[in-house]
Design a protein around this ligand. Structure first.
Ligand SMILES: Nc1nc2c(ncn2[C@@H]2O[C@H](COP(=O)(O)OP(=O)(O)OP(=O)(O)O)[C@@H](O)[C@H]2O)c(=O)[nH]1
Length: 307
C-alpha cells in the first residue's frame, strides 16, 4: 500500500499544514491540498502560489518589494539548497483583511533518485503568537493601575531619547508624586488608596495619547510621563491640564491640609538629547524638581528647561 501514490497523496492531503516541494532551482513540483486551498483564498505570493510559479523567484520578488520576511525566506532556503544550513525555520505574520495570522515556515531537504528536493511546510502558529503577544503586553503593565510599569518605562525612555537625539527634538519628562498619600491610606484604608492610584493612572492615560507619549507607574504613589518631541511650554501646559482635571475629580483626603483633596507635586524637565547627557540625567533632574516642589509645600509644579 505504501507504494501506492494515490494512497500517499491522500495522506498528505489530510494534513492541515501547507506543504510544497521544490527542486534545486525553486520550481514547485508538488503541493498538498491545504496549500492549494490557501492559495485560492489568498492572493498568490511567496507563501501562496501554485505550480506555475517558481518559489525562489516569488521570494525574490517579495524581497525586492521590501518584504523583510521575503528577504529572510530567500536567504534561508538558498542556504539549505547550497548545504550551508541543514534546515531553516522562519516565523512570519500573514494578516488578511479581517484576521491576524502568523505562520512558521520550515524547510527540510531530501534526496530522491540522485536529485535533491526541499519540503517547505507552513504551519499556522496564530494561537501561540497571540498568547505570546498577550503575555508580552501584560509584562509591560503595572498590575494595579494597568499603565506601563517601570521596566517598560525604562526601555521606552531609552528609545525615545535616541529618537529625539537623532532628530534634534525636545524631550520632556514629568515626575508626579501624590501628596500625603500615606494620610489617605491611613484615613480611608489601603483599598481606597488603590482606587485613588487607579483614578490618577486613568487621568494620565487621557493626557498621554500621542505615539511618543507614555505614562507609567514609577513605583508606590509616584508616576512618570514621557513626552517625546515636546518642549517645556507644551509639557507644562499638559501637566496643568492634568492638575486641573485631578482637582475636578475631587478625591477626598480630609487630613491633607489645606486642600482636603488629593493633590500632586510635579517636576518637569526638558532637554534636547545629545552625547553630553543621558536619559538618567533628565530623570534625575525631574526628580530633583519634584523634591523641591515637595519641600516648598507640595501641590505645585516645578519646571526646568535644559534645551
Ligand atoms: N494603597 C496603596 N498605597 C501604596 C501603594 N504603594 C505605596 N503605597 C503607600 O503610599 C504611601 C507613601 O507614603 P510617603 O512616601 O510617606 O508619601 P506621602 O504620604 O504621599 O507624603 P509626601 O510624598 O511627602 O506628600 C505609603 O504609605 C505606602 O504604603 C499601593 O499600591 N497602594
Amino acid at each position: 500500500m505504501l507504494d501506492d501514490k494515490v494512497f500517499l497523496r491522500s495522506i498528505l492531503n489530510t494534513i492541515p499544514d501547507h506543504i510544497v516541494v521544490i527542486d534545486k532551482v525553486g520550481e514547485i513540483i508538488y503541493e498538498n491540498k491545504s496549500w492549494q486551498s490557501f492559495g485560492v483564498q489568498n492572493s498568490s505570493n511567496y507563501i501562496a502560489m501554485s505550480q506555475q510559479y517558481n518559489y525562489l523567484h516569488e521570494c525574490k520578488k517579495a524581497a525586492e518589494q521590501g518584504d523583510e520576511f521575503g528577504v529572510s525566506a530567500l536567504k534561508g532556503i538558498t542556504a539549505v539548497i547550497s548545504h550551508k544550513q541543514a534546515d531553516f525555520y522562519l516565523e512570519y505574520p500573514c494578516h488578511s483583511d479581517d484576521e491576524q495570522r502568523w505562520f512558521m515556515m520550515r524547510v527540510m531537504p531530501f534526496s530522491h533518485n540522485n536529485s535533491e528536493y526541499y519540503v517547505i511546510n507552513h504551519n499556522n502558529i496564530t494561537e501561540r503568537k497571540q498568547a505570546e503577544n498577550k503575555a508580552k503586553q501584560l509584562a509591560r503593565l503595572d498590575g494595579l493601575t494597568k499603565i506601563a510599569n517601570r521596566r517598560y518605562f525604562d526601555s521606552v525612555l531609552n528609545s525615545e531619547w535616541r529618537r529625539c537625539e537623532r532628530l534634534a527634538l525636545p524631550l520632556s519628562i514629568a515626575m508626579i508624586d501624590v501628596d500625603n498619600f500615606k494620610l489617605l491610606n491611613d484615613t480611608y484604608g489601603h483599598q481606597q488608596g488603590d482606587v485613588c492610584l487607579q483614578q490618577i493612572a486613568n487621568l494620565l492615560k487621557q493626557y498621554s495619547k500621542r505615539p511618543s507619549d507614555l505614562c507609567a507607574r514609577f513605583g508606590g504613589e509616584e508616576f512618570v510621563l514621557i513626552y517625546g518631541n515636546t518642549n517645556s511650554l507644551q509639557a507644562t501646559a499638559n501637566i496643568d491640564r492634568i492638575v486641573t482635571q485631578l482637582k475636578a475629580l475631587n478625591i477626598k483626603n480630609k487630613h491633607s491640609l489645606p486642600s482636603k483633596i488629593v493633590t500632586v507635586s510635579v517636576g518637569i524637565a526638558t532637554i534636547i538629547p545629545s552625547n553630553n547627557s543621558c536619559a538618567e540625567d533628565l530623570l534625575n533632574e525631574a526628580d530633583k524638581l519634584l523634591y523641591k516642589a515637595k519641600t516648598a509645600g507640595k501641590n505645585s509644579v516645578r519646571v526646568t528647561d535644559l534645551s
